[in-house]
Design a protein around this ligand. Structure first.
Ligand SMILES: C[S@@+](CC[C@H](N)C(=O)[O-])C[C@H]1O[C@@H](n2cnc3c(N)ncnc32)[C@H](O)[C@@H]1O
Length: 235
């Protein structure tokens, strides 16, 4: 699995090493059980988290959903988070440089997940990664929207679980499946069916989820620090 981390070498991704191991282990569990899989991502930015799938022959279809704002709200900050030059064209250029990339299987939608009807997709997907707008409201809407787009035995993973833990915990109360965290990562996932839980357990996932109080405190501290950040010195 450690060698597989090199699949993230081509495009900058806003994920840590543990996040990548978490995502790769979901992919291996799915591909191991199904042979091939369909992947959907909410929030693709430069294409960093799409790159392992674009070159993987077992991935027969990729859907990327991203309305491409230049700035977006974020629960951590009192101001918006900037995404200069955010575009699908730039992402496609990046992905084309990944060795073995097959861009013909990629479909992009410049909108939010909740604006997309299941009929626009055609078939349901096996693996969803939610990494779009990091607010409680958007994470909640993304989860409900992608559930309609995911197969009954698929997997839905959230990134930055510390930032959007409250909507994740709410979704857990309302959704049956095996909810798990990959230790050291900021990824929480739900295996909607029963089939994949044992493969994910074997890959190191645990159903002990992070403690909300800790993250609430961290989120509030980050917000305060940002609000009171001193202005840049005048040169
Ligand atoms: C954290 S970045 C994604 C990083 C990427 N997954 C990676 O690991 O390389 C967040 C992305 O979410 C996108 N975004 C903002 N609002 C969104 C929404 N409503 N739905 C989907 N994506 C959104 C932004 O345009 C940005 O590209």
């Amino acid at each position: 699995m450690l060698d597989a981390l090199h699949q993230f070498d081509w495009i900058e991704s806003q994920t840590t090493r543990q996040d990548r191991l978490a995502l790769l282990s979901i992919r291996e569990a799915l591909a191991g059980s199904l042979g091939t899989y369909h992947y959907l991502e909410v929030g693709s930015h430069l294409g960093g988290s799409l790159q392992p799938h674009i070159a993987d022959r077992r991935c027969s279809r990729i859907v990327s959903i991203d309305p491409r704002p230049c700035e977006q709200p974020d629960e951590r900050w009192s101001t918006t988070y900037q995404y200069p030059g955010n575009s699908t064209a730039r992402m496609l250029e990046n992905l084309a440089r990944v060795p073995g990339a097959d861009l013909t299987k990629l479909q992009t939608f410049d909108c939010s997940s909740w604006e997309l009807s299941p009929s626009a997709l055609g078939t349901l997907v096996d693996f969803v990664f939610i990494d779009g707008e990091h607010t409680d409201a958007a994470a909640t809407k993304d989860f409900h929207a992608v559930r309609r787009l995911t197969k009954p035995d698929g997997v839905i993973a959230f990134h930055d679980c510390g930032v959007v833990l409250e909507p994740i915990l709410k979704a857990r109360r309302a959704t049956t499946g095996w909810w798990a965290h990959y230790p050291g990562s900021s990824v929480i996932a739900v295996a909607l069916g029963t089939g994949l839980a044992s493969a994910l357990l074997a890959a190191g996932w645990t159903d002990e989820l992070p403690v909300p109080r800790f993250y609430r405190l961290r989120r509030a501290t980050a917000r305060l620090a940002r609000a009171h950040r001193p202005a840049a010195p005048i040169e």
